[in-house]
Ligand binder design. Sequence first.
Ligand code: SF4
Ligand code: SF4
Length: 409
Amino acid sequence: MNVNLYEQLQACIADSDNINNLDDETVDFLYKKKIIVEKDKDDLFLLNYQYETDRSTYSKNVLGLTIAPTLACNFSCSYCFEEHKRKISMDERTENAIISFINNHQESRELHLNWYGGEPLLAIGTIERLLDKITNGTTLKFTKHNLITNGFLVNDRVISLFKKYPLNVVQITLDGKRERHNLIRKTKADLPTYDKIIDNINRLLNEFDNTCVHVRVNIEKSNVGDYYEVANELRKMYDGKRLVVYPGFLRIDNEEKTAYSCRSMDRKDIAELMFDAVNKKVINESLYPQLFCSKTCAATRQCAYIVGPEGEVYKCWNDVGNPERVVGTIHGNKIINRTLLNKYIVGSKWYHDEACRKCFFLPICNGTCAWYVLRNKYENGKYDLCTCMQKSPGMLEKCLETYYEMNAE
Ligand code: SF4
Ligand code: SF4
């Protein structure tokens, strides 16, 4: 852009009538690139965006099923109070009810299946039986298959089962680097777990040809460096393998449980870390803002369910094991808590929030967590929910300039 055009555009920003001073070719170009738009375009955009969100919310094409075959766990992590984690495992009656539940979703064409817990690999027998029953007793196309595990119990039986029923992603969490992880994430017998988990990550990457391993490294303000240390160590060991190492930002509540405590990283800290990690190519994402079309997760989609070991249904992963957050049961397909179900599916949407409707960052914001939206709305929460990296002060300019420099070379 030449200086003359730059000055003309600055004048347009100061007073939109100055657009009349631009030549036709420039105006056409600006319209085409949506740098200038008609006055009602924002409203139309909001309507369309709301429609896209609702379409994705109520779509029945994909049945999303997260199954927790047990709530028991072989670890005793210091922050997991197990207040709701009763040691219940699934029986055959519930296994069969899951098959009927899947078959009742006749409008769905695909099944996305996640294994969750407790520690799901403690119930490997249930997983084996359910995978056989789903494969032989249902007609949905099995298009995504993920396992969320603490990574400790990988053995020959686990490997041979998931060779038969391949996984897309195994998600494993580390609580920082070795020393910190071993202090926090111990076995019930008080034994360290880091080295065994790393061995198992190695085994998973070597045994499975098409499975990605996603390692989440939990961090708070005091151990940000752990993320880089672990990510660099693992990337050096498994360069070229299907491994993603990403930061898990711990959301630690204050004493009143109304906001994050000062131990948690705030939006600015998170944005700076993400910028730095993407810039250093530790995280493989683009700094260029992306347009997100649907702001939904399992909690906010109609056709997504988390099924506990007794056949109880939850909407959010954070609620699993808490009897007060059960929304229904697969035994007889009953809804038990319509209010909570509606709060998640309908009440948590961005378009009910005036700040989101007016927000400059809306089209590139990847949404907020419904669980926290409900805490703010109904439980006196004051959580800062905007996770959009570019909303942090100065970050949009920084991302665009860096992106420009990278691509101008
Ligand atoms: S950045 Fe925050 S206010 Fe803006 S759309 Fe996203 S969640 Fe809403
Ligand atoms: S509401 Fe939040 S915590 Fe619950 S499943 Fe959705 S993103 Fe995850």
